[in-house]
Design a protein around this ligand. Sequence first.
Ligand code: 2P0
Length: 348
Amino acid sequence: MHAEHPTTAVRTREPGTEGCATAVAHPNIALIKYWGKRDERLVLPRTDSLSLTLDVFPTTTRVRLAPGALHDEVTFGGVPAQGEARRRIIAFLELVRERAGLPHRAVVDTENTVPTGAGLASSASGFAALAVAASAAYGLGLDPTALSRLARRGSGSASRSIFGGFAIWHAGRDSDPDPDLGSYAQPVPAGDLDPALVVAVVDAGPKSVSSREAMRRTVDTSPLYRSWAASSEDDLADMQRALLRADLDAVGEIAERNALGMHATMLAARPAVRYLSPATLTVLDSVLQLRRDGVPAYATMDAGPNVKVLCRRTDAHQVAGAVRAAAPGGSVHIAGPGQGAHLLDEAP
Ligand code: 2P0
């Protein structure tokens, strides 16, 4: 039987009735990674990916239309956004305005709860929450699939955070009549896994290379990229079967090999992109030791040195203890499957 993973709970509002909406979204961790775009403007990936949306570190975003204002106002926790983060949010609002046929600028306030440098892309929860709040405030009335496509334009991984539990993001094909329409996420059926992800933050410093730049460099220069992309297709098919039969060991093995392969492509880029640190390897050793001790635990790493360990929820505290002992300077968080992005009721 398939477990009921929480999926999206997006409610639509009457278009443009209030001009104000608040949404919440959670980060997701890819078990089959997204690494490499085939279209930078439309944010179309080269491969399909598959993730688990978490129940920790929500992002809450409020969008209020400001008719007559000359500029958008964008704040994070009340502090004006700067630089690239601000530029990307305003470019996203332009896209929403174009679709809505409304010229109004907006006031956008975002509260992130991700611990600084946790290596959990706040761009995934951030653009998923912004897509849901902005499309409601501008009265677009989008369904979850359309919201996923829209969130993708902000940040690729955000397409998956529209949905709860396990989600697959289809790359789509260049032969699609409209390539934008072919690339969206949807929930993935899974058996009763009762998974946990133990997040080990081993280094909270800023990353040396942005994931955007790192994936561009990998696609352009790594001789290993093509073979990883091909094997990732096989990994995805294996992963979907493993999820259906609720085989946590297989899910973990596939996720671990897919992540290590992605990091191998980066190490072979010119110049190399190396996110893994000595502390990362120490945590990976502790995960191997857990397995030798009979505890099913499998690691995945993203564009940073931190490690996320997939295990059974019943083993999560033991896994967290082992990981904490391996990386005593860091912090460890236990997450489970979380909900998709959704609107919050506005105070009357
Ligand atoms: C993922 N990552 O599948 C992969 C694995 C990091 C490593 O998605 O350029 O912030 O905004 O589309 O979504 C990080 O990339 O990149 C990411 P953009 P994003 O989760």
